[in-house]
Design a protein. Sequence first.
Length: 367
Amino acid sequence: MNILWFTTRNLVDLCSTTLTALGEGLVSLGHQVTIINSDEEGSHSNFSWIHASLDAQAIRGRKGHVLGKKMGQWLNDLEPHRETVAIVDWRIASSLSPILKRKAVPWVLMDRSPPADRGILAKLQWPVWKKAWSLVKSRQAHSGCVVSPSHGQFVHSRVGVPETNMIEIPAGVDVSLFKPGTNKGILSLIYHGRLDGHRGVLSLPMLHEKLRQNNVHSKLILIGEGDAFEGLERMAGGRDDIEVLSTLPQEELAEKLSQSHIGLLPMPETKVWSLASPLKRSEYAASGLLIFGIDHLGHRLKGKNQPEWIHLVKQEDFHFDGVEWIQSLTQKKINSLSQNSRKYAVDELNWSGSIEALEQACTSCLT
């Protein structure tokens, strides 16, 4: 197949791991993949796919609109092969749908998360999201991709798309890159991702402080960017037991995780986070970390009973239960649970199943 992937994601985005893993996976299965986005020309030279670079500078909240127009122009000039299929991010689906129809290119909708912004941006994005899924409902798109069963149920409840028209493509992890390290030293708690206040990250320094007040010698590492970054830096205040870092390249992030003990999931039980399949959870597990976080569908693993190495609690009990659980962990227990989390990641969280599911979604467009 010739697969055209139209995306608003950039390689520097935290979420680009999904793009790279699925894109390379499709190429490895023998398909020609072209990624169309706003990354600079030449910036994808280390990857196996073809890259089409489009200049689409715009203020935040307008990128999808501007990029959709540019992609439409690019697509208008294309003479697609007979076995061409498109993958289209929801932010640009309504712009590209009529052109794809005119070019007789079947397509699938890619939704890695409903709108996660707050305020005016969310008000602008929700109608775009809903319109994109309505194209699946009306069968203008062949199917839509979701990250979890709860995500699919949400789409069904909000837009009425039959769940038979959805493909589940959960977040996986590169288990050859993310793996346990040795000589970890002091008990280290780590979070990586967006450092935005509405993601619960401001609760993490308080958890760390309460641990120290209860004679648990620990270190807190926070990695990412967002509206809480400067506040977290001020909280760190030059202390050697709190480290606040900007977003790291994947190799450096994997090294930081490999030297840590407990990965943190502080995102509260809201509509968006309850639908998620967070990459960080998979990367924590692959790195042999124990996981502590708030209990909701977005953080739970599949199955009714959660493994012992992932400890999820009610939001109001986050600090008290966190201190109690971490205090109970002996080094022997940490080592044992670390082996179990790594094994689970290798057996259950690698990308192969998601790559095969996406390939099947594309193949079914042509039958």
